[in-house]
Design a protein around this ligand. Structure first.
Ligand code: PLP
Length: 429
């Protein structure tokens, strides 16, 4: 569910018209709903209330300071993947003691920074990294809290670029190798405190089955590690999927209620119902690392149609946002629902490609899609753009990074100003 809907024929974010924002701040423009972000966080927290747990928001999904601040005030912890993300969390008022640090390639500099800030756990992805962490901690006279990421070899049935829990992925340590690694670490690595176990099988999972499969597979392992090494937490990762296809309609509870059980995408309530009974008696703190679920459907990218170009084979709608602003279609074949800011009433549609201005054939938002008719000068919204949207934006083609707006009820705040031309050459000779 989310805070975007048509009201009196115009698309709104909560109680602010997107057309008015486009006119005031220009396009391309990211707009986020604060109410949706907090609602998602709160519902997940509630769905897991039967078990001792903590939500560590995956910062990489949307790392704007105001988004982080909003979640920090709700009590979220944070899952980071770089020293830069830790810096952002601290700037936003987040507590390093509630941060976990993921990723296969942590540098010495990042390890030192995180040790000095006192993070909760380094989530380590190889024996080599664990040994290196021990070495750096020893130099600093510190004990590094750590968890190893187990690769449970479960098929998450998601796009190959966002599947992470199979043996052929670069992530984690093989399931079979974990127990002996913890034994070696306990005797050979005095500057490591084995605090937990981590896993994350992939992103955009829309079925509960792979989550259950992974949890059930790893329960005996995590139980043994607790008995032998006294670990205190198990992070079961993120990966909860969101609705991309019918994004706008899925904003209302009615849409969810109208689906029968087998057609309904994974809900957070179902996630809790299935996992809590399996987790509640382990005596471990359960960490969750959702990114997309929290922010994905809480944001849209508003763009303006510049031209219509009728080719012999296709009709192109050229818009002022490009793959540098939102790369998901080019990178993951990601689908974003496209809706006009003015509610279509005549039912007319046309088959079009919506493309950006960038010199790449991959620079499109949809191909051969039946869309409500819109014309040059009209604005459209690319739905479900709150996660892996702005964070992946670049200056490619020397395009300025778009502005970001956070809406709360009838209040709209610029949480990142649009770059100006001088920003483009900052730091260059
Ligand atoms: C990316 C990532 C997440 C978040 O994934 P979502 O699909 O956005 O929930 C969580 N944990 C780790 C280790 C990740 O790399």
């Amino acid at each position: 569910m989310h805070g975007f809907s048509y009201k009196n024929g115009e698309l709104y974010c909560e109680n602010v018209s997107l057309q008015s924002l486009a006119e005031e701040y220009g396009t391309p423009l990211y707009v986020y709903s604060a109410g949706t972000i907090t609602d998602h966080y709160t519902r997940l927290d509630k769905a897991l209330s039967g078990v001792n747990h903590e939500v560590a928001y995956a910062v990489k999904a949307n790392s704007n300071l105001s988004v982080l601040r909003l979640l920090a005030t709700k009590g979220a912890g944070f899952d980071i993947v770089s020293g830069g993300e830790l810096f952002r969390v601290i700037k936003a008022g987040g507590d390093p003691a509630h941060c976990t640090f993921a990723g296969v390639g942590k540098t010495r500099e990042e390890i030192i920074y995180a040790l000095e800030q006192g993070i909760y756990s380094f989530n380590v992805e190889s024996e080599e990294e664990l040994r290196y962490l021990n070495e750096v901690a020893k130099e600093l006279g510190k004990i590094a809290p750590a968890a190893v990421r187990v690769n449970p070899n479960v098929d998450a049935k998601t796009h190959k670029y966002i599947s992470t829990g199979k043996s052929e992925n670069k992530f984690g340590v093989d399931f079979e190798a974990i127990a002996s690694l913890y034994d070696r670490a306990a005797t050979e690595l005095p500057n490591i405190k084995l605090r937990g176990l981590q896993m994350h099988i992939g992103s955009q999972l829309t079925s509960i089955d792979p989550f259950i499969e992974a949890v059930e597979k790893v329960i005996p392992l995590v139980t043994a590690l607790k008995a032998k090494h006294g670990i205190e937490f198990w992070s079961i990762g993120g990966g909860i999927g969101i609705v991309y296809q019918d994004s706008l309609q899925s904003g209302t509870p009615d849409w969810w209620a109208s689906k029968n059980e087998s057609d309904r995408p994974l809900t957070i309530e179902k996630y809790g119902q299935e996992l809590v009974p399996r987790l509640k008696d382990l005596g471990l703190k359960i960490l969750l690392e959702p990114g997309r679920y929290i922010v994905g459907n809480a944001g849209v990218l508003v763009t303006r149609c510049l031209y219509e170009k009728k080719g012999s084979a296709k009709t192109f709608k050229i818009v002022d946002a490009g793959m540098n602003d939102l790369i998901r279609p080019a990178l993951y074949e990601g689908h974003h629902e496209i809706v006009p800011l003015t509610e279509p009433t005549d039912g007319l549609t046309a088959k079009v490609d919506v493309v950006g201005p960038i010199c790449e054939s991959g620079d499109f938002f949809c191909q051969d899609r039946e869309l409500p008719v819109f014309n040059p000068g009209d604005h459209i919204a690319l739905m479900s753009a709150g996660a892996y949207g702005f964070v992946m934006a670049s200056n490619y083609n020397s395009r300025r990074l778009p502005a970001e707006i956070l809406v709360e009820d009838d209040d709209a705040t610029v949480i990142r100003r649009r770059q100006d031309l001088e920003d483009l050459i900052e730091g260059e000779l």
